[in-house]
Design a protein around this ligand. Structure first.
Ligand code: DX5
Ligand code: ZN
Length: 229
């Protein structure tokens, strides 16, 4: 059984105070920290790169903080070594951003990272079929990548169900518009890794939101709705 993991997205945090933001998210009970890397080509925005991951890593050991790095960049193959050197735990690249899928997966594994491949809302999930046996995780985007605070797109969830029915032990992450209101649909489809930016960072009680997100996954895993016809 895949474990429930909650990954607050630092994109909604205070970029001038990332050590504090990582520390408080860990204190609130988050499992992973989701780090959104944008290059102004694959998506319009420009955020941070490996230098910032490295700076965060210098404050938190590998055991303490798991950095789930979501690269919304063209040609992610250029960045595998730098993210490994920076101390990233998960190297998540977009299917649409490269043709060198297997090269990236192999190199990231060689460098000791876990690897995930992400698909945008309009990309069919079947593109992952040849890759999935080599992946540690798949990321089904539930918004168009590029910014936080967008509305959750439930029409992406059949892709989660497609993967879950075929791969009971794969980590399946959803990202975009997740909150206590929308998470049940994603959990019921089979997602076990939940990214949440706005919902956690803007919450009055982030501990409670993280716990609600986790409970949604745990509840769905008891019932296994995806196993039903
Ligand atoms: C969007 C990013 C997300 C974003 C999610 O391109 O990949 O990780 O931070 O933010 P919310 O949870 O606010 O939709
Ligand atoms: Zn993301």
């Amino acid at each position: 059984m895949t474990e429930a993991k909650i990954a607050p997205s630092l994109l909604s945090g205070d970029f001038a105070n990332l050590e504090h933001e990582v520390g408080r998210m860990l204190h609130y009970g988050s499992d992973w920290l989701h780090v959104d890397i944008m290059d102004s080509q694959f998506v319009p925005s420009l955020t941070i790169g490996p230098i910032v991951v490295k700076a965060m890593r210098s404050h938190f050991t590998q055991e303490k903080a798991f950095f789930d790095c979501h690269l919304m960049v063209m040609n992610p193959e250029k960045w595998v070594d730098e993210f490994a050197d920076a101390g990233a735990n998960m190297f998540c690249f977009h299917y649409e951003a490269t043709e060198k899928h297997m090269e990236i997966i192999n190199r990231a594994h060689e460098r000791g990272m876990l690897v995930s491949c992400a698909v945008k809302p309009d990309t069919p999930v079947e593109v992952l079929d040849p890759l999935v046996q080599h992946l540690d995780m798949a990321l089904i985007m539930t918004v168009e990548p590029g910014k936080g605070g967008q509305s959750f797109r439930s029409e992406c969830l059949p892709k989660v169900k497609y993967l879950r029915t075929r791969h009971p032990n794969l980590d399946i992450e959803v990202d975009g518009g997740l909150s206590p209101k929308t998470v049940d649909a994603a959990s019921d489809a089979g997602a076990n890794v939940i990214v949440a930016g706005t919902a956690v960072f803007k919450a009055e009680n982030p501990t409670q939101v993280i716990s609600e997100l986790r409970n949604s996954v745990l509840k769905a895993q008891e019932i296994k709705p995806w196993a039903k016809k």
